[in-house]
Design a protein around this ligand. Structure first.
Ligand code: FCB
Length: 455
């Protein structure tokens, strides 16, 4: 295959999230989050796994940063645990919680690694969920207050601020089908949550900008939604509906176009959107500098009146059939189709021009096995996955997409939400009994990609 070079200053990095790696769930004043509650509820997470210890990154962060430096990472995307900063969601700021991120940021900067902060990667303080969580408008306001509290401590050193990670998951999986915390199953609540998450993003963006934040963004798990049959009008209608629920419901209001009419009409079949108040769309349209895109897999749909729909897309039963994924698949059962990433990047660039993008997550879970006697983890499948998707990203760049960076998911094997520790996404293997880290072959491969700035 030909040699590919990425643009100069292309940012290479890796991503993690607080609840998935930190552990130290009760230390230094951290309050409980919805994921602590959910993971303790029998039957919700694989074998009752929790994030109590996870990768113990809270204590091992310095070694983990040394690992990152060894790989040559230019950026590290991590999230801040809201319940460490405001243990009950609204009350006084807990300085010991901020101290941890202060140390982490200084350690990263000391190694020349740019911290990319995500303010919300799903660990809502339980006290706020008890008051309605993201179905309550006040949660959006509390989020903005918390964002500013973090900015006050880290804003002198952190340039890149992301408000939310994947609000689609928070809303539809958290409140719609109950697969994620807080585990509610109510389609109307899911749409409410979408709006309050977006409002929270807008309020926080406004406040952060006023406080002086340089680069502001949001990370979305956008869908590359494809028809089963490219000639079928029914399939095209299914694509439009699913695209509306996954992509346009977020991107249109974020970029100032307001909620699309067809999406609002669909929402109305479930719930009257009286939670959208005058002026909200203006708040949500607060200018952003960067769009983070998480991409793993495409979605194929057909339009069918007997379609089972998907509980992850409220209101799709009776009109949409989601096609089963076709191999090769990852250990999550997700279809591997790098071309979907090229299509997605080109589509966003075409429909929402002028928005620089970064791939804030991409990677694969594979059954890697444990390190062998020579400390090798030969994760050939993962190398293949990453190589294919980097080629796809490069293809998009060569067609003119303004893609600024790539952050692999994930630096470490970690707590994969409802799947617990059984799914491994890391380029570094973690032995959860000893907490020993072993870079897999994909880590060595990625190190070379970074050094060469290409493939
Ligand atoms: C994304 C999440 C991330 C991780 C990957 C596999 O949806 O943002 O935390 O679980 O999927």
């Amino acid at each position: 295959m030909s040699k590919l070079r990425f643009p100069e200053n292309f940012v290479w990095g890796a991503a993690t999230a607080a609840y998935q790696i930190e552990g130290a769930a009760r230390e230094d004043g951290r309050g409980p989050s919805i994921w602590d509650t959910f993971s303790r509820t029998p039957g919700r997470v694989f074998q009752g796994h929790t994030g109590d210890v996870a990768c113990d990154h809270y204590h091992r962060y310095a070694d983990d940063v040394a690992l990152m430096a060894d790989l040559g990472l230019a950026a590290y995307r991590f999230s801040i645990a809201w319940p460490r900063i405001r243990p009950d969601g609204t009350g006084p700021v807990n300085p010991r919680g901020l101290d941890f991120y202060d140390r982490l940021v200084d350690t990263l900067l000391g190694r020349g690694i740019d911290p990319f902060v995500t303010l919300y990667h799903w660990d809502l303080p339980q006290a706020l969920e008890d008051q309605g969580g993201w179905t309550a408008r006040e949660t959006a306001e509390h989020f903005a207050d918390y964002a500013v509290a973090v900015y006050r401590r880290l804003g002198d050193r952190v340039r890149t601020w992301t408000t939310l990670n994947e609000p689609w998951c928070s809303a539809y999986l958290g409140y719609g089908n109950g697969v994620h915390a807080p585990g509610r199953r109510d389609a109307g609540a899911a749409f409410r949550a979408v709006h309050h998450l977006l409002l929270g993003h807008g309020l926080a963006s406004r406040a952060l900008r006023a406080a002086g934040a340089e680069v502001l963004g949001i990370t979305l798990n956008l869908g590359d939604v494809q028809p089963a049959d490219g000639d079928s009008a029914a399939d095209a209608a299914a694509v439009r509906l699913v695209d509306g629920l996954q992509n346009r419901i977020f991107l249109d209001p974020l970029t100032g176009a307001g909620y699309p009419d067809d999406v609002l009409a669909h929402v109305r079949r479930t719930v009257e959107p009286d939670f959208i108040r005058d002026g909200d769309e203006k708040v949500i349209a607060a200018p952003i500098d960067l769009l983070g895109i998480n991409y793993y897999s495409p979605t194929y749909v057909a339009g069918r009146t007997d379609g089972a729909g998907s509980s992850a897309y409220p209101g799709t039963a009776g009109s949409v059939e989601f096609l089963p994924p076709v191999g090769p698949l990852t250990d999550m059962g997700w279809m591997i189709e790098p071309a979907g990433l090229t299509r997605l990047l080109e589509r966003v660039a075409a429909d929402y021009p002028g928005l620089p993008m970064v791939i804030t997550e991409n990677g694969g879970a594979f059954p890697d096995g444990v390190p062998d006697a020579g400390d090798r983890v030969a994760d050939t499948d993962r190398v293949g996955y990453l190589d294919g998707h980097l080629r796809a990203a490069h293809e998009a760049i060569s067609r003119g997409v303004d893609l600024r960076g790539y952050l692999v998911w994930s630096l470490l094997d970690n707590f994969e939400w409802a799947e617990g520790y059984r799914k491994r996404f890391g380029i570094v293997h973690v032995d959860y009994l000893t907490q020993r880290r072993t870079p897999k072959e994909s880590a060595r491969w990625y190190q070379e990609v970074i050094a060469r700035n290409g493939l």
